[in-house]
Design a protein around this ligand. Structure first.
Ligand code: PHE
Length: 340
């Protein structure tokens, strides 16, 4: 009998009540109708009358102790005290890192682009997103009412055609040239706006990195080498670059820059529409009239400019098929991009 009493006490001592589930289990196992205490009372009935007093006291004591353990655990759990923190926890263990955040793919690509150009000596310049006609168009040689303005569907605000959401960050280059003396070697990353229907391939808001280099004797060869170097740093040495003649009002000659398709390596696929080439931006030698608009002597100085879209660059780098994903904030999309 005494052995049985002791073993029940020991089991109770070893039973750790950490939550409401445990509390219920404890009650059923020890205090319930088919629990150990009831068994014990059954067995007690068969005890010799002479021994009843001796065992009766011990059993009652045990019952009171188990009930007290149940009651105090219940009070503690209800008061919200955390039972799971016990001596068994090792507080010196390192914490599990919180992996919920990651950098946006556009941020990763923008910073990489900036890093590559900075190492070639370009600094950063910024300008306003709400621009006037002069900086977004006129100074860049887009004459008023000239069809070239239609190249970029523009958002005008406040019914005042002089106030626009900038359609490119070339406007920043005008501000740089107006406000300092050459030489300039600068890039202007930033957000731009065009009045386009949103689709997998177009958005009314996107980001550019435009570059400007003005000095004595800057030539088309400098432009080519700058972009060759950029592409090989960004996408790898095996990627080829091609310049296709094009038109921009502020550059002459002008070119569109293509690179060999990163998916099929030039053999033709649906990303490059079977051509083997994909476009990454525009470039050209600064039109002397643009220099003049900024009061820079175009006999003494020459320069080049280029512009590339960050969304497009990111699509190519990570094979993103739909640029609406960038702004949907779907965590399943965003968490795929890890850097540094
Ligand atoms: N600003 C042009 C655009 O947004 C790109 C460009 C920049 C082209 C510099 C040539 C030189 O389309």
């Amino acid at each position: 009998m005494l052995d049985l009493i002791n073993s029940i006490r020991q089991s109770s001592d070893e039973f750790h009540i950490k939550n409401a589930d445990d509390l219920d289990k404890y009650r059923i196992q020890f205090l319930g109708r088919n629990g150990l205490m009831n068994d014990l009372f059954e067995k007690f009935k068969a005890v010799e009358p002479a021994d009843k007093k001796q065992y009766g006291n011990v059993i009652n004591q045990l019952k009171n102790d188990l009930q007290a353990k149940f009651d105090s655990s219940k009070v503690e759990l209800e008061s919200g005290k955390d039972q799971s923190i016990s001596e068994e926890w090792d507080f010196t263990l390192p914490v599990i890192p919180d992996l919920t955040g990651s950098r946006h793919p556009l941020t990763i690509v923008r910073e990489r682009m900036i890093e590559i150009f900075e190492r070639m000596g370009f600094n950063l310049s910024e300008g306003p997103e709400i621009e006037d006609d002069w900086h977004n168009f006129s100074a860049l040689n887009f004459p008023l009412n000239h069809p070239a303005r239609e190249m970029q569907d523009t958002f005008f605000i406040e019914k005042n055609p002089d106030v626009v959401l900038r359609t490119h960050t070339s406007s920043v280059q005008i501000r740089v040239m107006e406000n300092a003396k050459p030489p300039f070697r600068t890039i202007s990353p930033g957000r731009v706006y065009r009045n386009e229907a949103i689709s997998a391939r177009a958005h009314c808001m996107f980001h550019q990195v435009e570059g400007l280099y003005v000095d004595k004797n800057v030539s088309f060869a400098d432009l080519k080498q700058t972009l060759f170097h950029f592409v090989s740093e960004m996408f790898g040495k095996e990627i080829k670059v091609r310049f296709r003649p094009s038109f921009f009002p502020f550059t002459e000659p002008s070119a569109e820059i293509d690179i060999s398709c990163l998916i099929c390596k030039g053999s033709g696929c649906n990303v490059c529409k079977q051509s083997g080439w994909v476009e990454i931006g525009g470039a050209g030698m600064l039109d002397p009239d643009v220099l003049k608009n900024c009061k820079i002597d175009s006999e003494e100085y020459s320069g080049f400019a280029f512009g590339m879209g960050i969304e497009r660059m990111t699509m190519l780098k990570y094979q993103v098929r739909d640029l609406r994903l960038y702004t949907e904030n779907d965590i399943r999309f965003l968490k795929q991009f890890k850097s540094n």
